[in-house]
Structure formats: C-alpha cells, structure tokens
Design a protein around this ligand. Structure first.
Ligand SMILES: [Cu+2]
Length: 182
C-alpha cells in the first residue's frame, strides 16, 4: 500500500514538472514570435522612411540603396514633372566595384533594357555606359563599390514612366525599377 503511494506521488511530481516545462517552452517561443513581429514592423518602418521623398522648393531628394545581394531597395519612385531631382545612390554592401559594382542609370522611353545592358557589359572603359547608346541615357551616377555613394542632380523628364537600371554586367535583369513622372 505504501509502495503504491510512493509510486503515485513520484508520478504526480514528474507530471507536474513536465507540464511546467512545457509551459515554459511555450512562453519562450511566444516571446520569440513577438520579437520577430516587432522586428518586422521595425524593418517595415525603416523601409517606409527610405521610400519617402522630401520636397522643398521643387527639389526632390531621393535616396536609393544597392547591396551585395545585387538588389536595389526601391523598385519604384515618383516625382513631379518640372521638378529638380537630387538622387543619391548608396552602395551599402562591402564587395569591391569590380565584383559587385552598382550604378543608377535612367533610360529614355525608347531604350531597351536588354539591348542597353548587353552593350553596357562590354563598356567597362566608359564606366559601363555604352558610348553608342549614350543618347538613351537621361541621367546616371558613376559606378560604385561597397561603402561608396554618389549624388546626381537632374531635371525630371516629361510625364511618363521610365526605366532605371544598374548597368554592371548581368545586373540589369534584377536591378531595375520604374521612375514615374506625374
Ligand atoms: Cu549593380
């Protein structure tokens, strides 16, 4: 009889312990979930900040980033017709220019991304801007390596939707976006 009691109480204690442990684990994982969604929200907020365009006296300032993963952080930007655009490209990666160079090239509507980037890939001596198609470029930054940045100022072209690309060999198919003038 006593023997049974002891076994029972051991069982009860171990059940209690394992329950407690489960609860702790659940608590920990829900904390983790909360952290993750908090982090996501923070990242979203940062993204929003970057997309914001500041306008003061017809000068529109845009900051766009490019990284070691061959990505721009913006795939679309909108400006007003007749404004002056001050665009800064920041290479936030670490890789050198000859491995992961990035620039920002705004193309005229008649340009073809495919054709332009193909020509650009053999125009290393001209910073990957093909001289034969230079008249298809509205504005461009120089080619940057990790940690570098460049700012260019240009007049917004007439209303319409324009392509922007990175003309480093092999990048334009991924690194492209729309520049909208309204
Ligand atoms: Cu690039």
């Amino acid at each position: 009889m006593n023997y049974l009691k002891i076994i029972l109480s051991i069982l009860t204690v171990s059940l209690f312990l394992s329950c407690g442990r489960n609860q702790e684990t659940e608590q920990a994982s829900s904390d983790e979930n909360q952290m993750t969604s908090k982090e996501i929200m923070q990242k979203e907020a940062e993204k929003k900040e970057k997309t914001e365009v500041t306008e003061e006296e017809e000068i529109i300032k845009i900051v766009i980033e490019a990284d070691d993963q061959m990505q721009y952080n913006l795939d679309e930007m909108t400006v007003k017709a007749g404004s002056t655009v001050e665009l800064t490209l920041k290479h936030v990666g670490q890789l050198p220019k000859d491995q992961m160079g990035h620039n920002w090239v705004l193309l005229k509507p008649e340009a073809s991304i495919m054709q332009f980037s193909q020509k650009a890939s053999s125009a290393k001596d001209n910073d990957y801007i093909p001289e034969s198609l230079a008249d298809q470029v509205i504005a461009n930054t120089k080619m940057l390596g990790g940690g570098e940045e460049a700012t260019i100022t240009f007049e917004a072209p007439e209303k319409g939707t324009y392509d922007f690309i990175c003309s480093f060999p092999g990048h334009a198919m991924i690194m492209q976006g729309k520049f909208i003038v309204e």
